[in-house]
Design a protein around this ligand. Sequence first.
Ligand SMILES: C[S@@+](CC[C@H](N)C(=O)[O-])C[C@H]1O[C@@H](n2cnc3c(N)ncnc32)[C@H](O)[C@@H]1O
Length: 317
Amino acid sequence: MTSTANRKSNLFHKPVLVEQSARFLITRLDGVYVDMTCGGGGHLEHFTRLLARAALLVGIDRDPEAVYVARETLGQAPQKIEIVNSSFDRIDEIMRGLGIATADGFLFDLGLSSRQIDSPERGFSFMHDGPLDMRMDRKSDLTAEKVVNDYSEKELAAIFTEYGEERRARQAARAVCVRRKDARITTTGMLTATVAPVLSPRYRNASLARLFQALRIEVNGELDQLREALPRVLERLAVGGRAVVISYHSLEDRIVKRFLSAEARGCTCPKDIPVCVCGGKPTVRVLTKRVVKPSPDEVKENVRARSARLRAAEKIA
Ligand SMILES: C[S@@+](CC[C@H](N)C(=O)[O-])C[C@H]1O[C@@H](n2cnc3c(N)ncnc32)[C@H](O)[C@@H]1O
């Protein structure tokens, strides 16, 4: 890998928990590894330095810009690399298209890349003024502008509560609905100015971040995509292979934790039944009894790593 390619992917996004990801993920040096959220290829680039030439690496991202950068970053890698512009809930179709039945490892590094957050025209951040877009894939129909202006007050409050876990959700939804009677709210700046007065001044930035997160989750169907993809990945994981998930907020992490715990338990009988009658068997062994967090040094170097939580499991049957 050339240092120019490495610099390019680092400018796009600095990969988080990269060494820990490799340690949990890689079980065979000549294996097949799928990065479900490859971004600019930061994690994949690290894996190419560890894997044998015979390994196959697949990267998936729903953002065409990320796919372009990942292809550039990984263009000189000695291994065979396939970068696919798609969303990860279509993993069956993607693997079928590539003629791959199973993989030895799947990595999810959820959420947004720094490039997406820092581009005002993408509308992901309340720190920059830009159009209320928030689509990871700009070919999809639903934008944050549509959610903010066309959803009912009740629906908005539910999104702010459920996906943002924001205490002032109802007040924020009310403020949006009052303001939009005059004119559509079309920019991140207009939205911020609309909701800021009803938020607690002490926690204003944290609340704004939660409201923006809620809209982004709704626009991109993020939690549903994750719920759909996890069982599919498990089906396509070779026995002895590993799934590694890095999440950045408690909603994602809870989905991953519950999914892995249920698969590790196997049995779905109610707790008060003395003998198992469902016949369910464990399919995974959880490798991270405690969630893995970035070190203080990593957070010092890359503040966006601070909320990262890594969980990993090995398929046993
Ligand atoms: C945190 S970044 C990944 C960064 C990457 N690991 C790296 O080191 O460069 C998350 C990426 O996941 C992508 N993404 C999020 N949800 C996705 C989905 N459902 N399907 C495919 N890509 C998705 C985003 O577009 C973004 O590029």
